[in-house]
Design a protein. Structure first.
Length: 227
């Protein structure tokens, strides 16, 4: 499934989501909307609330392929077999050095202890590296500001189920207040995590985008026509 297809399904879902929860039919949707900082939201939703304030929702799908590969690799291989190679190499080198120095007593314990320590350290570093990849992808949403922020990923339900890294990603999004959507191979969209309302230091989040003024004008005209 192409990224554009993921975007299509996510946009369709979010259109229905806000129409239901916010009772809004005048929802504007724009793709690849640039910010004044030169970054892009893969999709930007905007509508005018009952108090006449403007509400912005950003959607990111650009990290979908990268995150899906990480999740799939972890599901199939865990932290990888190279950890065993590391442990075996440490054991062999330590045993050889003990043999060369004639430390038979040390040879019985030190190589094994060092090999276990190397295995544990390698595992922790590998796990931290994978988690950091996910954190970097989620942190990129800071460059796509909105009252609500969503992350969309194409990943099968089988890959997601029982995957510790999928749980980590879900909790990471929850902690940062980011909504999470996944689309499976059969085009089944699943809402994994709903977003929290973000606080804005400006008048509204539309001011972060180059099209912000045009969106406000269009929404205001739409509101006047309905009124």
């Amino acid at each position: 499934m192409a990224e554009s297809s993921i975007g299509d399904q996510a946009i369709e879902f979010l259109g229905s989501y806000y129409a239901k929860h916010e009772k809004k039919s005048g929802l504007l949707v724009n793709r690849t909307v640039s910010t004044h900082q030169g970054t892009f939201a893969d999709a930007l939703f905007a509508y005018q609330k009952h108090d006449n304030s403007f509400f912005a929702v950003s959607l990111s799908t650009s990290a979908s392929d990268k995150l899906a590969r990480v999740l799939s690799s972890y599901k199939k291989k865990g932290l990888g077999r190279i950890r065993y190679v590391t442990a075996g190499s440490i054991f062999g080198v330590a045993a050889y050095l003990c043999y060369q120095t004639g430390s038979w007593l040390a040879m019985a314990s030190i190589p094994a202890i060092l090999a276990v320590a190397g295995f544990v350290l390698h595992s922790r570093l590998r796990k931290r590296y994978i988690q950091q990849q996910m954190k970097n992808a989620v942190d990129q949403l800071r460059q796509q500001p909105g009252d609500h922020q969503w992350l969309g990923i194409q990943v099968s339900s089988l890959c997601w189920r029982g995957n510790a890294m999928a749980n980590y990603l879900s909790k990471l999004c929850e902690r940062k207040g980011i909504g999470l959507l996944t689309v499976g191979r059969r085009s089944r969209l699943t809402l994994r995590q709903e977003p929290r309302l973000a606080s804005c230091r400006r008048t509204d989040f539309l001011s972060y985008y180059t099209q912000g003024e045009n969106l406000r004008r269009e929404l205001s005209d739409q509101f006047m026509r309905v009124a």
